[in-house]
Design a protein around this ligand. Structure first.
Ligand SMILES: Nc1nc2c(ncn2[C@@H]2O[C@H](COP(=O)(O)OP(=O)(O)O)[C@@H](O)[C@H]2O)c(=O)[nH]1
Ligand SMILES: [Mg+2]
Length: 420
């Protein structure tokens, strides 16, 4: 874990602990309930670690291009001539503070010809060392759409052996996703058109998927772990500053691959990947869970009068919620996102990032201000705020168009404004 990330989590923990400390006046069963909810929230954020992909495919099969396409950023060099030492390594690709770890095993599948004995053994040795070091979460087996017929049996032998080793060392049956790359090159080749726009091409892709799937399924051990074969086009051009050139984004089916990877990755890495790949459906699922957790926590607190505390408890829960949603959306875990959200809602808190300032500003418009509100107001208010945060951070809807804004503002009108 990077130190910045640790620092962010520490800040977040500190606020939760402070909040937990303030709950001492609650009757024990209610206190336990709020504690449970807040711990669940922490658990979601704590478990995030980088996904680890093992990538198998010949040179030129499109590994680097696919990594970039999945990442939405040019993190891996495309077409670079890589020194062929036969050694496999874990590479960490980073963008905007987010990482994926890739074990590039190209050495096992070079060219169409049998691999030289010495080279093969050193390559396998280095793969074994790498998998001993860390267990991959999933393996992507790449094959160019135009090369599905070429002999891959030699490399399937080695691949099977590697998977057996992973199972022995880590007791983990690595899921396999077959990726058919460069589908635009199948007849009639035209990268500008969507493959599905052309019936002939659609049929050719189907046929290539079938052949590739049969190769993989011809081995029992691979058949058992094969999740799916996904046909793709991964080609994108990036501008000088690393942003995607939308007019030359020819990706096709990458979103399907991203969703499949989120489904197949273990809990933790799946959220990390959804943050990187912006898999909105999954981000929303996690964010909705966060909103529910925080609504339960705030309605539990809202049911009871609390003595005048340092930080209003419900507002603090709502701040934790907003920061967590922003994080799930791919932003840093930081209370600055809460400030940004407040500003977007039209609350001018200037450059004051202090927690107290943000809380005070939010208090002015958010129901559940202070600590004496009804359970249902606290819960509905937190829900409305959570939905607004999902719309803002995940759907990236301009704030004025978010329906919850009006709901939140109407709560504001009918509730007592409290300063502190
Ligand atoms: N037309 C087309 N070209 C691609 C696609 N993916 C990769 N390429 C090209 O194929 C070449 C090799 O890609 P690269 O990602 O470097 O392959 P690697 O050696 O497996 O990492 C590069 O020239 C890429 O631009 C694709 O989906 N369509
Ligand atoms: Mg490459």
């Amino acid at each position: 874990m990077t130190t910045t990330r640790q620092h962010e989590l520490d800040n977040y923990f500190a606020l939760i602990n402070k909040l937990l400390g303030q709950l001492s006046h609650l009757p024990p069963p209610l206190k336990a309930q709020v504690e449970r909810e807040l711990k669940e929230l922490l658990h979601i954020l704590e478990e995030v670690r980088s996904p680890r992909f093992m990538v198998v495919g010949r040179r030129g099969s499109g590994k680097s291009t696919l990594i970039n396409a999945l990442f939405n950023a040019p993190v891996a060099k495309v077409g670079a001539v890589e020194a062929q030492t036969g050694a496999a390594h874990w590479y960490t690709y980073e963008h905007g503070g987010k990482n994926i770890e890739i074990l590039d095993t190209r050495g096992i599948q070079e060219g169409g010809k049998p691999i030289e004995q010495d080279f093969a053994s050193s390559s396998q040795e280095s793969i074994l060392l790498a998998i001993r070091e860390k267990c991959p979460d999933i393996v992507l087996f790449l094959c160019k759409a135009k090369e599905v017929d070429s002999a891959i049996h030699e490399s399937l032998d080695i691949f099977e052996r590697i998977l057996r080793n992973i199972e022995n060392i880590h007791d983990y049956a690595l899921p396999i996703v077959g990726v058919l790359t460069q589908c635009d090159e199948l007849d009639p080749p035209d990268i500008r058109k969507l493959p599905t726009d052309d019936e002939e091409k659609t049929q050719n892709i189907k046929a290539a998927v079938k052949v590739f799937t049969e190769h993989l399924k011809s081995r029992k051990s691979l058949n058992d772990k094969l999740v799916k074969v996904i046909p793709t086009v991964a080609f994108v051009r990036y501008g000088k500053n690393g942003t995607m050139d939308a007019s030359r984004d020819y990706r096709w089916n990458i979103d399907r691959l991203q969703s499949l990877l989120v489904e197949e990755l273990p809990t933790g890495p799946n959220l990390a990947f959804a943050r990187i790949a912006k898999v909105r459906k999954f981000q929303k699922k996690v964010a909705t869970n966060i909103v529910n957790i925080c609504s339960v926590a705030s309605s539990t607190v809202g049911a009871l009068p609390m003595p005048g505390d340092d930080l209003p408890i419900i507002t603090t829960i709502q701040m934790l919620m907003i920061a967590a949603i922003a994080y799930v959306a791919g932003r840093e875990l930081s209370f600055q996102t809460v400030t940004e959200f407040s500003c977007a809602m039209g609350i001018n808190i200037g450059t004051a990032f202090a927690l107290r300032e943000v809380a005070r500003s939010l208090l002015k418009i958010i129901p559940g201000f202070g600590n004496v509100v009804s359970a249902s107001v606290a819960s509905t208010g937190t829900q409305a705020l959570g939905q607004a945060a999902i719309a803002y951070f995940i759907d990236e809807i301009p704030f004025k168009s978010i329906p919850e804004t009006n709901r939140i503002k109407s709560y504001f009108k009918c509730n007592f404004i409290m300063g502190f």
